[in-house]
Design a protein around this ligand. Structure first.
Ligand SMILES: [Fe+2]
Length: 222
C-alpha cells in the first residue's frame, strides 16, 4: 500500500479480496479498459440522472472490475481518488479508504449521487436536527461490499471508513459535481455552510478551517 513502510505495512490489515475481472476477448492481460468501455456502461443518455438511476449505474460499474481494479491503491495520509468518467451529465470516481478517513458533513450543491462499496466497509451518516432528537445528532448506516446507496442534492451527509480493512467505493454524480458545501458547528453551536469547489478535499471541518488544496485536477468527492 502506498505511503507505508514494509514494516508498517505488515502491521496493517490486509484488504478483503476484490472481485476478479473476467478476461475480455482481445484484451491485453492486466490492461484496464479504456474510456470507451466506461462510456458504454448502460445508463440513461442525453440528460441528467435521478438518484435511483445513479444507483443503478454505479451498480453496473461495480459489476465491471476490469474498468477500475488497476486503479486501486491506499494511502494512510489521505483518501485516494481516481476519476473514471466525466461528461456533460455524469462524473464517476473510484475512492480508496483506510484508517479513520472521513469526509465530514457536506452536501453536493446541485448534484445527486450514488455510491457502491466494492471492498471493505464505509459508514454514511445524515445530519439530524430536532425530530426524535432534541439536539443536533447523526443517523448512520453501515455499508459493506456489495451494498449501494444514493442521495439527492438536498441531502447532507458524511461518509467515513468503517471497520479495519481498507475499503474501495465507486461514486457517481449527476449533474457532474462542481461544488460542494462543507458544514461546521461553531463553539456557540451555530451551524454554518462553506461552499467549496470539488477540487478541494472534503474532511471534517473546524469552524475556522482553511481550505486544504489538493491536486487541482482531482475532485475530492464522496
Ligand atoms: Fe458526499
Amino acid at each position: 500500500m502506498t505511503g507505508l513502510s514494509p514494516s508498517a505495512s505488515a502491521a496493517q490489515p490486509q484488504p478483503q479480496p476484490l472481485p476478479q475481472p473476467q478476461p475480455q476477448a482481445g484484451a491485453q492481460p492486466g490492461a484496464r479498459a479504456g474510456a470507451g468501455a466506461l462510456a458504454a456502461v448502460p445508463r440513461p443518455r442525453g440528460r441528467d440522472l435521478s438518484a435511483p438511476e445513479l444507483q443503478s449505474f454505479v451498480r453496473e460499474l461495480a459489476e465491471r472490475p476490469e474498468l477500475w481494479i488497476d486503479l486501486i491503491r491506499h494511502d494512510a495520509s489521505q483518501r485516494v481518488y481516481e476519476e473514471l468518467l466525466s461528461d456533460a451529465h455524469v462524473t464517476a470516481w473510484l475512492i480508496c479508504w483506510m484508517d479513520d478517513q472521513d469526509t465530514g458533513f457536506h452536501d453536493h450543491d446541485v448534484s445527486a449521487g450514488a455510491v457502491a462499496v466494492v471492498s471493505g466497509n464505509v459508514r454514511e451518516e445524515r445530519l439530524t436536527i430536532g425530530g426524535e432528537r432534541s439536539e443536533i445528532g447523526q443517523r448512520g448506516r453501515k455499508f459493506a461490499a456489495g451494498d449501494a446507496f444514493h442521495f439527492s442534492a438536498a441531502d447532507i451527509h458524511r461518509v467515513r471508513h468503517g471497520g479495519s480493512d481498507p475499503a474501495v467505493t465507486l461514486h457517481v454524480y449527476s449533474p457532474p459535481l462542481a461544488r460542494m458545501g462543507a458544514y461546521t458547528i461553531g463553539a456557540d453551536g451555530v451551524l454554518a455552510r462553506r461552499t467549496m469547489p470539488s477540487s478541494e478535499e472534503l474532511r471534517p471541518q473546524e469552524a475556522d478551517d482553511a481550505a486544504v488544496p489538493t491536486r487541482p485536477s482531482a475532485a475530492q468527492a464522496a
